[in-house]
Ligand binder design. Structure first.
Ligand code: 13P
Length: 246
């Protein structure tokens, strides 16, 4: 059985004060949830504040990015060790916004995934096709390339996959549950080629306009094991409803 995994991705939203306000409202609301892994991914600047408030609770912390070197002259960058030090258990890597706006390639991401795992950080590894890629029939090739390239020589420990079709991110257009299941099944087949039966234990999250009113039907699909939520995770009551999707 794969335990549901629901993570917020706050992207470039929230100051430390706003982060504290969210967490102080959210924690009591989800205190009784014991059958879902719940994760918050605030921006770097809020990690320390969030880490202190989440310590010892049923909500884990994630960073949204990191650099693969352990330390050095890399102005503006942050290492896995620095993220761990703030109480973060996870890091999101390979988000389409990183690939699209910051030119992150499969090869580059593979270095980050390896460095995160070597340091002891769990990884939420994102993949997904653009609308052009889907419409031109390249969707499956792209997903396969992202899985094989990004996860080269990486084992399944501490790994969570997030399928986020780029055309569904922040657009209000959600993949239908059937589209999500089709893609998730394909992703799991690719993972099986790499990991064999261990692929059945890997959680594959869906991301892209997940909302309180569509999460339940997405979660009902056999290969959808959780959600990575952007816009609808910014308000405590909205994210609470998603976490309590049942
Ligand atoms: P939205 O939920 O705002 O579409 O964002 C999805 C996403 O990119 C999560 O990582």
């Amino acid at each position: 059985m794969r335990r549901p995994f629901i993570s917020a991705n706050w992207k470039m939203y929230k100051t430390t004060g706003e982060t504290r306000d969210f967490i102080n409202a959210f924690l009591p609301a989800v205190k009784s949830v014991s059958d879902v892994d719940i994760v918050l991914a605030p921006p770097f600047t809020s990690l320390a504040a969030a880490g202190e408030l989440l310590k010892g609770t049923n909500v884990d912390l994630s960073a949204q990015n990191m650099y693969f070197e352990a330390e050095g002259a890399y102005t503006g960058e942050i290492s896995a060790k620095m993220i761990l030090d703030l109480g973060s258990k996870y890091v999101i890597l390979g988000h389409s916004e990183r690939r699209q706006y910051f030119g992150e390639t499969d090869e580059f991401l593979n270095k980050k995934v390896k460095a995160a795992r070597a340091a002891g950080l769990s990884v939420i590894f994102c993949i997904g096709e653009t609308l052009d890629e889907r419409n031109s029939g390249k969707m499956f090739d792209i997903i396969k390339r992202q899985v094989v390239g990004g996860l080269k020589d990486v084992d399944t420990n501490g790994l969570v996959i997030a399928y986020e079709p780029v055309w569904a991110i922040g657009t209000g257009v959600t993949a239908t549950p059937e589209q999500a299941q089709e893609a998730h099944k394909f992703v799991r087949d690719q993972l099986r080629n790499v990991y064999g039966d261990k692929a059945d234990d890997l959680r594959i999250l869906y991301g892209g306009s997940v909302k309180p009113d569509n999460v339940k039907e997405l979660m009902a699909k056999p290969d959808v094991d959780g959600a990575l939520v952007g816009g609808a995770s910014l308000k405590p009551d909205s994210f609470e409803k998603i976490v309590k999707f049942r």
